[in-house]
Design a protein around this ligand. Structure first.
Ligand code: T3D
Length: 257
């Protein structure tokens, strides 16, 4: 199976599973990942996701052996399989944690960056490998990178296609933080567990608000926040959060979406 799915109660772990190819992506794998994302979204008990890779790499991007003889039209058409994954991850109403356990290259790097909170092992790295083979960053790379690290760094990363160590990625604000390799999975699981116990609807609305902020004026965003706040306040988790605060006890969020 190219994608492993483990149910951990409140959250699911999705593992890219072609370790002999550093989890390079194929159409079959993209289909399996989409199915897993759809299933997670449809399950009200699934309140967070953790995405990681099997073996020593996170994901080496498109499997280049699969496109060795592909026509330009076919190369473009392949993105019809990958773009929905990026759209889906960004639009999921639950938080997605990514544990980058090794190199994240090409589409693999941008798959990681599309997640909500990205942790990386200290030895991991990110490479916008596209220019090395005469392609353009895809899977949202040209949109995500300048927003995360600014134009100057995005241009150099995309044009030079040099690996960026995870620690620098964290210093630049491209990812949340790095942890020692041997602690990565435990840390990522603890984070997913914590998010899964959170006010799920509010976390989903936070995603929406931050995404919308990239296109809204301040004026528009203030109105959008007001509408989202009303929606959040209608959820039982808000009442529970307030009760818990006033009673000086930890909240027990039901996570209704
Ligand atoms: O189709 C479309 O629409 C276009 C879409 C494009 C999206 C993209 O993602 S384009 C970018 C594709 N990815 C790359 O260009 C990265 C290619 N890989 C590398 O540059 C290096 O492998 C890494 C820097 C990622 C890691 O280097 P290293 O030295 O740690 O490992 P390695 O020895 O190169 O790789 C290990 C094995 O995985 C090796 O196989 P082998 O020799 O042991 O049989 C290698 O060939 C294989 N592998 C690594 N990346 C890919 C791959 N096989 C197929 N496709 C790969 N992308």
């Amino acid at each position: 199976m190219t994608i492993l799915v483990e149910n951990r109660g409140g959250y699911r772990v999705l593992t890219l599973n072609r370790p002999e190819r550093l989890n390079a992506l194929t159409v079959e794998m993209a289909g399996a990942l989409m199915e897993a994302l759809d299933a997670a979204e449809a399950d009200p008990k699934c309140r967070a996701l953790l995405l990681t890779g099997a073996g020593r790499g996170f994901c080496a991007g498109q499997d280049l052996t699969a496109i060795a003889n592909a026509s330009p039209a076919r190369i473009g058409a392949l993105l019809e399989q990958y773009n929905p994954l990026i759209r889906k991850i960004c639009a999921l109403p639950i938080p997605v944690v990514c544990a980058v356990n090794g190199i994240a290259a090409g589409a693999g790097a941008n798959l990681a960056l599309a997640c909500d909170i990205v942790l990386a092992g200290r030895s991991a790295g990110f490479v916008q490998a596209f220019a090395k083979i005469g392609l353009v960053p895809d899977c949202g790379g040209t949109w995500l990178l300048p927003r995360l690290v600014g134009q100057a760094r995005a241009r150099a990363l995309a044009m030079l296609a040099e690996p960026l160590p995870a620690e620098t990625a964290a210093e630049w604000g491209m990812i949340w933080r790095t942890v020692p390799d041997e602690e990565l999975i435990a840390e990522a699981e603890a984070l997913a567990d914590r998010l899964a116990a959170g006010p799920t609807a509010a976390l989903g609305l936070i995603k929406q608000a931050l995404d919308q902020s990239t296109i809204n004026s301040l004026d528009g965003q203030l109105d959008f926040e007001r509408d989202l706040q009303e929606e959040a306040a209608e959820n039982a988790d808000f009442a529970e959060g307030l009760r818990a605060f006033l009673a000086k006890r930890p909240p027990k969020f039901a996570g209704g979406r």
